[in-house]
Design a protein around this ligand. Structure first.
Ligand SMILES: Cc1cc2nc3c(=O)[nH]c(=O)nc-3n(C[C@H](O)[C@H](O)[C@H](O)COP(=O)(O)O)c2cc1C
Length: 176
């Protein structure tokens, strides 16, 4: 792992009964965060509302996972991803995030909602970090970032095909 993908800063943890919530508009700009989000990240509400959610992006997150996230929620489906995010002071925290599309009364997509739960650290260490390091390595192998992302998505699809599962089944099958 090179420096750009190293987990710098201090890892932070949160309780299993705490839910860290944020909401975005359709373009990923933050429209709402709960107090747990502010406490965990060290931001003030005024510093995050209206900003792209990528302000908390951590370099350990593969682009391919975000591509999968966006292609899924734009299709009006929810998704679970393991997510490491940066705090204001460069500390970081892992979460199991459920990102859900929000609809109006006409069933039109109007926003997105993310709930982050305390993850099982053993699943992160045993499955997610190795997977994300593989994806980052594939992504960095290409000078064209889009080609790298597509190659990493193909790698995820191969893993799913080998295990004969879809992405949701794969995520929920991970055991410590
Ligand atoms: C509701 C919602 C919540 C999100 N929460 C996070 C988050 O906590 N951390 C993060 O890095 N990206 C989060 N994202 C994804 C970002 O919008 C963005 O795709 C990601 O940070 C990658 O940014 P980039 O493509 O500009 O590098 C969220 C997206 C949505 C729709």
């Amino acid at each position: 792992m090179d420096e750009s993908s190293a987990l710098v800063g201090k890892e932070k943890f949160f309780d299993s009964d705490t839910i860290i919530i944020s909401k975005t508009d359709l373009s990923g700009k933050i429209t709402y965060v709960n107090n747990n989000f502010l406490q965990m990240t060290g931001y003030k509400e005024s510093e995050v509302i209206g900003r792209p959610h990528s302000i908390v992006r951590h370099s350990q997150m593969p682009r391919s996972i975000f591509a999968l996230l966006w292609s899924t929620i734009k299709e009006k489906h929810e998704i679970f991803i393991y997510l490491v995010s940066k705090c204001k002071n460069n500390d970081y925290y892992w979460a199991k995030a459920n990102i859900v599309p929000t609809f109006n009364a006409k069933n039109e997509l109007i926003a997105y909602h993310c709930e982050r739960y305390a993850p099982d650290k053993k699943i992160i260490d045993r499955h997610i970090l190795p997977l994300y390091n593989e994806l980052l390595a594939i992504e960095k192998n290409y000078t064209n970032s889009k080609e790298g992302m597509l190659a990493a998505i193909k790698h995820i699809q191969n893993i799913l095909a080998q295990n004969n599962v879809n992405y949701d089944e794969y995520i929920s099958s991970l055991a410590a």
